[in-house]
Design a protein around this ligand. Structure first.
Ligand code: WQD
Length: 336
């Protein structure tokens, strides 16, 4: 049974990917420092699949701990999620973000180099494109100067991987996520934002649940059909399945190149007001919101051209925005 190391495997996207890996018959080793999740996600994963992943509470910046782990397990592939990911927070803590996000990546790649390991998947982001000149965004769109430290760690991360993969023949894929949302159909795992949610969907669900007084819509004066910003909201299970598809591609070594990147989205753009209306309709409720000024650093619109991912990964999204918003609400209600 092939064994896959998943860093940040108890996080939002990581936990959903672990479930899909187990469903596909992979053995999973999770390392997570629990800085942005809780240990009960491990039991929730187990209750979904009936298989308990191997788990180490570990900081991926601890080189020696990483060495011990690689000495204890024959790893057939790595999916690297562990990173700080709050765009706004990153502007006030640049050194923590560069240190955590980049040193973890470098140490993992060093272990792969030294042990001649293969099959590395990197959690990247559409944020590397900034405001693309053409929409939908293709992989040929230029990577622009990052608008946040967080975005810069993803850009630099991809460059580190490209150079390491070329020099040491490590077979790598970066998946550039658009906006992950929703919860597993079992409603046993989902998004667990700590503190005040930065992202739109958890703020919407917490407002609907009465935890937040009202949602602030950041700007309605954008050059879009209804004036609010447009994004590509992809259900987290569709996103998780893209990682399985990427892993299979790497393992079958169909691709001759050693570093590839793919846009992982639905290919459909939805504005903030369209999301609000869809959320109200599918969940049969009224949301309390107000229009305020734009949020600094936001792009007008970002949605994916998924042609290459669909073809090369033999993968496409299957879950609609409405279903995703319904699952997000069911998950919120379960939080009590
Ligand atoms: C979506 C839209 C906001 C909150 C970021 C990162 C990306 C990924 C996902 C980590 C925007 C609007 C939001 C609110 C609002 N991060 N909004 N009121 O900024 O597209 O992407 O998070 O993996 O890398 O860049 O996502 O959910 O913050 O915002 O009006 O209270 O919702 O202005 O138009 P974003 P988001």
């Amino acid at each position: 049974m092939k064994k896959i190391l998943v860093t940040g495997g108890l996080g939002f996207i990581g936990s959903h990917t672990v479930v899909e890996l187990q469903n596909e018959g992979f053995e999973v080793v999770i390392i997570d420092d629990l800085s942005n999740t809780t240990i009960n996600v491990l039991d929730n994963i187990t209750s979904i699949t009936g298989k308990k992943p191997i788990f180490y509470q570990m900081d991926t910046r601890k080189k020696e701990d990483l060495k011990t782990l690689f000495n204890s397990h024959d790893i057939d592939g790595i999916i690297h999620f562990a990173a700080y990911k709050a765009v706004g927070e990153s502007m006030g803590k640049p050194l923590e973000y560069y240190e955590n996000n980049l040193s973890s990546l470098i140490y993992l790649l060093q272990e792969m180099r030294d042990r001649n390991l293969d099959n590395f998947i990197f959690s990247s982001s559409c944020t590397v494109y900034g405001q693309a000149d053409e929409l939908p965004v293709t992989e040929k769109a230029p990577v622009k100067a990052a608008e946040s430290v967080y975005g810069n760690t993803k850009q630099i991360g991809e460059e580190i991987i490209r150079d390491a993969s070329n020099a040491h023949k490590i077979n790598c894929i970066a998946l550039r996520y658009f906006n992950p949302i929703g919860a597993h159909p079992s409603i046993k795992i989902g998004e667990l934002p700590l503190g005040v949610p930065q992202n739109l969907i958890p703020f919407i669900t917490q407002t609907a649940a009465g935890i937040r007084k009202e949602l602030s819509v950041f700007g309605d004066d954008y050059p879009t059909p209804d004036g609010t910003a447009v994004r590509d909201y992809i259900h987290v299970v569709d996103l998780a399945k893209a990682h399985i598809a990427a892993l299979k591609r790497l393992m079958e070594k169909r691709n001759k190149t050693t570093f590839e990147y793919f846009n992982i989205g639905t290919g459909k753009g939805s504005s903030v007001l369209e999301v609000i209306n869809a959320f109200e309709k599918v969940n049969n409720l009224k949301l309390n919101y107000k229009i305020v000024g734009r949020r600094e650093g936001d792009v007008v619109a970002a949605y994916a051209d998924t042609t290459i991912a669909n073809k090369e990964l033999n993968w496409k999204t299957e879950i609609s925005l409405e279903e995703a918003l319904a699952s997000a609400w069911k998950w919120q209600l379960k939080q009590g």
